[in-house]
Design a protein around this ligand. Structure first.
Ligand SMILES: *Cc1c(COP(=O)(O)O)cnc(C)c1O
Length: 409
């Protein structure tokens, strides 16, 4: 038997033992919407935003759209957060189509490789471009001249530190992301001299951290770095985006990030911030921590077989929808996501099974040697922590299998 990750809090069984998501049984949701199905529970998002607000008074919250760009989820997010952070022109189009772009709502567009059409879209929509290099600033300024728009520009900084122990380290190294911190003051001067609006600094040093200590240290270093850059330029940045990096528990032994401890430490850091940052607006941008736990991927058992003593449940979904659960989305070691038999959620585990998807590749392993209640053909498997980097982070065209549905409840 192998362990699985903890099922996120807030999921309970109905009177007849079925998993409830947003108050509705998984089987009923599949009956209404089809399978395989991603269900996003808005009450979980509401809970996370409320926890953030209570821990980080006075700090703005932005949603990083790449974690989950489902239109209904975005529209709900629009009622909760203070801004959006985008990483492509496609995300910009999705946010615009959801009716979320409105004057005064901060929306920023970061990411390497923004081409002239992307920059044109950003200028047309009036969103703030976070430039990642000198060359990108040149192109932004020339596109803006051609189409007669006043650019609003932030600078993505490649910091001299990273988020310690985070899943993906993005800082302290040579990087395609951001401008090396020592070159930032000169770039800011160029923005101001060109007559563009300088909106501030953006420092993103890593993701998926469960260590309050590491996040606190990163935020302290970020505020200090922003203060040094601002002092060297001699201007107050209107906004400093402190990045995010808040993780959620996925695997056995993972403990939730203590965000109250992070909030207390950040309040102290900000109270003691350099004078040049006195009037700066501080932002934390989160994706996974806001939406990861709201999502459940429901997939039906289509076959049950025993091979050399090992029981396999073969489901109608797979890694083409939920790559991360197969261990192939940047993980070094494959470990089991939390899973359950949705229509027997209240039952005790009674057998060891391996759950595989319908793709013709051994990579399509969704749960390896886990203990579950007995599941038959037609039963429904729930994979938790599917709200971030689920469907849109998966190779949906691989093997030409069916599409997944998505619903916000
Ligand atoms: C991916 C990304 C995020 C979101 O990361 P999460 O781990 O989902 O919170 C935020 N900002 C930037 C710049 C990113 O690249």
């Amino acid at each position: 038997m192998k362990a699985m990750g903890p099922i996120p809090t807030g999921f309970a069984a109905s009177a007849d033992g079925s998993l409830l998501i947003g108050g509705t049984e998984g089987l009923r949701l599949i009956g209404e919407h089809g399978a395989p199905l991603f269900v996003y529970d808005r009450s979980v998002i509401d809970r996370q935003v409320a926890r953030f607000r209570s821990a980080f008074a006075g700090v703005d919250l932005h949603y990083a759209v790449k974690a989950n760009p489902h239109p209904a989820l975005l529209a709900h997010m629009g009622t909760l957060v203070d801004g959006f952070d985008l990483a492509s022109a496609g995300e910009l189009a999705t946010v615009e189509a959801a009716g979320l772009l409105r004057p005064g709502l901060p929306v920023s567009f970061a990411g390497p490789g923004k081409g002239n059409p992307d920059l044109t879209d950003a200028l047309d929509c009036g969103v703030c471009v976070h430039v990642e290099s000198d060359g990108e600033l040149d192109r932004l300024l020339s596109v803006a001249r051609v189409i007669g728009k006043q650019p609003s520009v932030g600078v993505r900084v490649n910091p001299p530190f990273g988020l310690k122990g985070s899943g993906m380290k993005m800082g302290g190294l040579a990087s395609q992301f951001g401008v090396d911190h020592e070159a930032v003051p000169a770039l800011v001067r160029r923005i101001v001299e060109a007559g563009a609006e300088w909106r501030g600094l953006h420092v993103y040093a890593g993701s998926q951290s469960l260590s309050a200590e590491a996040v606190i240290e990163m935020q302290r270093a970020t505020v200090a770095l922003a203060g040094d850059i601002a002092a060297e330029v001699g201007l107050t940045p209107p906004e400093v985006n402190l990045g995010g990096g808040f993780g959620i528990p996925y695997f056995s032994g993972d403990k939730p990030l203590d965000i109250d401890a992070v909030g207390e430490a950040l309040a102290e850091t900000l109270a003691a911030r350099p004078a040049v940052l006195r009037d700066t607006r501080f932002v934390i941008e989160l994706g996974r921590w806001l939406v990861g736990e709201c999502g459940v991927y429901l997939t039906r058992v289509v076959d049950r077989k025993v091979s050399r003593g090992k029981t396999f449940l073969v489901v109608d979904g797979g890694l083409h929808h939920m790559l991360a659960a197969s261990g192939n989305f940047g993980q070094l070691l494959r470990r089991n996501y939390p899973v359950a038999v949705a229509n027997r959620f209240g039952d005790e585990p009674e057998e060891e099974v391996t759950i595989v998807g319908c793709l013709c590749t051994p990579l399509d392993l969704l749960a390896d040697e886990v203990m579950l209640p007995r599941a038959e053909v037609g039963d429904v498997i729930a994979i938790f922590c599917a709200g971030a980097y689920g469907l849109t982070a998966s190779p949906q065209a691989f093997l030409s299998q069916g599409a997944a549905r998505e619903v916000l409840v």
